[in-house]
Design a protein around this ligand. Structure first.
Ligand code: PMP
Length: 411
């Protein structure tokens, strides 16, 4: 296969052949969720046909197969993030559960009255509400780093918020609402210099760029499988091993214990101590297959291709009359967020859907950042590596029709 042949790649995703309202599907809602390659669909079927069991390795043959498949998936996630050890990879339901786990376990044990938690204006509600709940319980305070008019973090303002009271800093690597790529490495460094622990939300970054948690040096890093071509219902908390083992468990139950009496329970080390009960075994295995798939394409190849496609889309879309792009940072991935004069955002979404074009219209679970720009909602097409210039052209042509103007592409 040639290095990056998007037309060949598209054949790996059966759903991209769907027709919607009589038109070929144009899937531009990748920030909400991504489509699944045949390899992931096949891996799930293979698991249920040949390996399905609960994961108690020693019990019998299928238990051994299921346990091996599950632990191989954990090792694939380790490699994908370049974590030091597979013990640093905890399987959860998704980024939301991952952040709640850290807030309810590490947070409850380490954040106290008068402590400060630093977030940014870019955060998804999943990286706001759990900290708000923790702060309310503990009498801690949230501080919020602002962005400039392009939607990029104001690093000086961010640095000014950090101090001896800062217990935790939690921020996104890529904004789901604007596409801003934050200066994550630098932000982690500044937070550590202030003595804070750092959680990086990778929900929107892992599908668009290579992530190396050791280079990033985040203490916790979270993501959702479904946004990186894997099934729903599976996600990951990465945590530095010593930190995870010093953190109390969150949920209690089977699998996470070494020994239980009515008086006392001894917990496993990480990752087992955070995986109470029967987890999402098949979908973890599916995540492993998705990681194999993107690794074969090469995350750097994906990033390069998408960067060009986003630049192409940005050039075309910003010339549509009455269209206002929100989020124009120099470093961006995947997302184009905009409003169109004369239309409610949900009407733009519905009209595009009539032409088979899937975008998100709304607040994208990130109301604070939209309000920073005086908005309650935007239209948000978002790209993945299987999108093409033809997808972008279809979107832009439809927007010119809505704007009531002649599309220069067609002239
Ligand atoms: N953080 C960010 C930046 C996101 O975009 C999302 C999903 N939109 C989440 C967290 C939450 O992910 P999930 O809904 O898969 O738990």
């Amino acid at each position: 296969r040639p290095p990056f042949d998007v037309n060949l790649i598209r054949r790996d995703f059966p759903i991209l052949g769907e027709r919607v309202n009589g038109r070929p599907l144009v899937w531009l809602d990748n920030a909400a969720t991504t489509q699944k390659p045949q390899a992931v669909i096949d891996r799930l079927a293979h698991f249920y046909r040949h390996e399905n069991s609960n994961i108690h390795r020693a019990a019998h043959e299928l238990a051994a197969r299921a346990t091996d498949a599950y632990e191989e998936a954990r090792e694939k996630v380790r490699g994908f993030l370049n974590a030091r050890s597979a013990n640093e990879i905890v399987f959860v339901r998704g980024a939301t559960e991952a952040i709640n786990l850290v807030a309810q376990s590490w947070g409850r044990a380490n954040v106290g009255e008068g402590d400060e938690i630093v977030l940014t204006q870019l955060e998804h509600h999943a990286n706001i509400v759990p900290w708000q709940q923790l702060a309310a319980e503990k009498g801690a305070k949230l501080r919020v780093a602002p962005v400039d008019d392009t939607g990029q973090i104001l690093l000086d303002e961010y640095a000014r918020l950090l101090g001896p009271k800062t217990k935790l800093v939690a921020f996104t690597q890529v904004s789901n609402a604007l596409g801003t790529i934050t200066p994550a490495r630098r932000m982690v460094e500044l937070a550590h210099a202030a003595g804070a622990t750092v959680l990086v939300d990778g929900a929107q970054s892992v599908s668009h760029m290579a992530v190396d948690v050791q280079a990033l040096d985040a203490d916790f890093f979270v993501f959702s499988g479904h946004k990186v071509f894997a099934p729903t219902g599976i996600g990951v908390v990465y945590g530095k091993e010593a930190l995870l083992n010093a953190t109390p468990p969150w949920q209690g139950g089977g699998n996470m214990i070494r020994d239980v009496t009515f008086e006392h329970t001894e917990y496993h080390d990480a990752p087992g101590r955070f995986e109470a009960g029967t987890g999402n075994i098949a979908d973890a295995v599916g995540l492993g297959a998705a990681i194999d798939y993107v690794t074969a394409l090469g995350m750097d190849n994906i990033a390069r291709y998408e960067h060009e496609l986003l630049a192409y889309a940005t050039r075309l879309i910003r010339d549509v009359p009455g269209l206002h792009l929100v989020g124009t940072a120099a470093d961006k991935a995947s997302v184009l967020s905009f409003t169109l004069d004369g239309y409610k955002t949900e009407d733009v979404g519905a009209l595009l859907n009539k032409e088979g074009i899937a975008v998100r219209a709304g607040h994208h679970c990130a109301q604070p950042i939209l309000r920073r720009f005086g908005l309650e909602a935007t239209v948000r097409p978002s790209l993945a590596f299987y999108n093409t210039c033809a997808d972008v052209d279809a979107l832009v042509a439809a927007l010119y029709r809505l704007a009531g103007s002649r599309n220069p592409l067609r002239s």
